[in-house]
Design a protein around this ligand. Structure first.
Ligand SMILES: C[S@@+](CC[C@H](N)C(=O)[O-])C[C@H]1O[C@@H](n2cnc3c(N)ncnc32)[C@H](O)[C@@H]1O
Ligand SMILES: Nc1nc2[nH]cc(C(=O)O)c2c(=O)[nH]1
Ligand code: SF4
Ligand SMILES: [Mg+2]
Length: 218
């Protein structure tokens, strides 16, 4: 059967799969299965998943990956990395997950898109985290489909980034999360100051440290 052939001939580059609580963004607190891919097209100096940036493990075929996912009770699947949209076959996994009734979230730096996702674009929760290491570039299709923008607040971040024309609609709709780099106190205070200043201008942004790091989860 064609579907079986696709499942056994398709491979993806997996770093790790583990159950946890969504520690970031608008879906924070939700029990989820983290599916972390290997490889990323950019390099952020403070990336907290450095082991996922390299290709250490051999690829996994789609059928084996689906069997592993189905062994868990979780319905919320977080596709992350590394950069999940750098996986050429990501769409084939997403099709299968949606077909099986999973809630699919993609954590992405936003620089890449996969046109094969167009047919399911309205059924994925895309969390886009734009990066200065990519000069804040976000692919137009990611901008069109993202449910939230999550900015890491570090020394390079400032609120005028949020006023860029491509990000302003998210700011106006209250769909921006400020995430202090490394949960560091100085970046938490910077994020809170930005939040207060923006409130004076009529904008509401959320400040959310990485919950999993605070409660000792991965
Ligand atoms: C490791 S990345 C993987 C997915 C994708 N490459 C991306 O950057 O969105 C997952 C999330 O962790 C955030 N992140 C990475 N390192 C961080 C750090 N040191 N402090 C806070 N957030 C960090 C990223 O901005 C992103 O929102
Ligand atoms: N608990 C937990 N939540 C997360 N949300 C996004 C993560 C990521 O690395 O993409 C992440 C992570 O690494 N752990
Ligand atoms: S884009 Fe994401 S995975 Fe890639 S280096 Fe930056 S934070 Fe890490
Ligand atoms: Mg992480």
């Amino acid at each position: 059967m064609l579907r079986d052939k696709v499942r056994t001939s398709t491979t993806l580059s997996i770093n790790e799969i583990y159950p946890t609580i969504q520690g970031e963004g608008l879906l924070v607190g939700s029990p989820c299965l983290m599916v972390r891919f290997q490889g990323c097209n950019i390099r952020c100096p403070w990336c907290d998943q450095p082991s996922a940036l390299v290709f250490k493990r051999p690829n996994t075929d789609l059928s084996t990956l689906l069997e592993e996912i189905k062994r868990h009770p979780h319905k919320h699947i977080v596709l992350t990395g590394g950069e999940p949209l750098a996986q050429p076959n990501l769409h084939l996994l997403v099709y299968e997950l949606i077909q099986e009734g999973y809630f699919v979230q993609i954590e992405t730096n936003g620089t890449l898109w996969n046109e094969n996702l167009k047919v399911v674009e309205d059924r994925i929760h895309i969390t886009c985290s734009p990066k200065w290491t990519a000069n804040w570039y976000v692919h137009p299709s990611v901008l069109k489909n993202a449910k939230e923008l999550k900015f890491v607040v570090d020394d390079n971040f400032s609120s005028h980034i949020l006023k860029r024309s491509e990000f302003l609609p998210f700011l106006e709709k209250g769909l921006v999360v400020l995430q202090p780099e490394g949960n560091k106190e100085k970046f938490l205070q910077k994020a809170l100051k930005i939040q207060t200043d923006l409130l004076e201008e009529g904008y509401t942004v959320r400040v959310l440290p990485q919950l999993h790091k605070l409660i000792g989860l991965k």
